[in-house]
Design a protein around this ligand. Structure first.
Ligand code: HEC
Ligand code: HEC
Length: 188
């Protein structure tokens, strides 16, 4: 009787230890399959999350979970997390170094077109002068070219509907200027 209780006790204790032992590294293990072992996404349409702003990362995970930002891939992943997990995961990735994807700098004429469009729309007012972002505003400098093009297109069709203000801005900017901005931002 006594030894049975002991075994039960030990089993419970082990379970408690295991539950507590699920570290942040365990939680983010699954992310590396797509967002990359070393921060370089495995596919060009997948965004860089290493070194991204923590506030922004948290809001995206929250929006995926709520379904405000639709993604068949990210929705079920984010759905497993509670607020505290999402805050911790956002903090964890924000502390990592931003990876160099080795994308070419935009040619001079494209860069000039992009800078002038960005000044007239006022992108740096929010994304800052070097497009490094801040808080809930994302870094864009050196982001994968194909992902940038995709997410800008998604803002324009409102397929990405979690920030109507960004959709309005993208719709107010000509496709030509946006194409130049994508090349420019990817090459920063
Ligand atoms: C099976 C592949 C896959 C896995 C695994 C995965 N992601 Fe993603 N993730 C994506 C794709 C694809 C997108 C882009 C979704 C879109 O815009 O349609 C994305 C987008 C994101 C974004 C938005 C980034 C931005 O710049 O807007 C965040 C944040 C994110 N993922 C975090 C995570 C975290 C944290 C994990 C692990 C817990 C994870 N992802 C696991 C594929 C994946
Ligand atoms: C008024 C502030 C503001 C201005 C101006 C602005 N942005 Fe944004 N941008 C944001 C915020 C905030 C987000 C994050 C939206 C969200 O939470 O999904 C964002 C998101 C983005 C994203 C998505 C990044 C990712 O990782 O998915 C891109 C791309 C982007 N902006 C490009 C631009 C460009 C290009 C311009 C200028 C033409 C611009 N933005 C102007 C505030 C702004």
């Amino acid at each position: 009787m006594f030894s049975r209780l002991m075994i039960c006790g030990v089993a419970l204790l082990l379970m408690a230890v295991q539950a507590r032992a699920e570290t942040i590294e365990d939680k983010v293990q699954v992310c590396t399959a797509c967002h990359g072992e070393n921060g370089k996404p495995v596919d060009k349409t997948i965004p860089t999350i290493w070194g991204q702003q923590a506030g922004y990362l948290y809001i995206q995970l929250r929006d995926f979970k709520r379904g405000d930002r639709k993604s068949e891939i990210m929705q079920p992943i984010a759905a497993q997390f509670e607020r505290d997990d999402m805050l911790a995961i956002a903090e964890y990735f924000s502390q990592k170094p931003w990876p160099d994807l080795g994308q070419p700098r935009a040619p001079k004429d494209v860069a000039e077109k992009a800078v002038s469009a960005s000044r007239s729309v006022g992108c740096p007012a929010c994304h800052l002068d070097r497009f490094q972002g801040d808080g809930t505003v994302p870094r864009l400098a050196g982001m994968g070219r194909d992902y940038l093009a995709k997410t800008i297109a998604d803002f324009r069709t409102r397929a990405r509907g979690n920030n109507p203000g960004m959709s309005d801005l993208m719709l107010a900017t000509s496709p030509d200027d946006l194409a130049a901005l994508v090349d420019y931002l990817a090459g920063l």
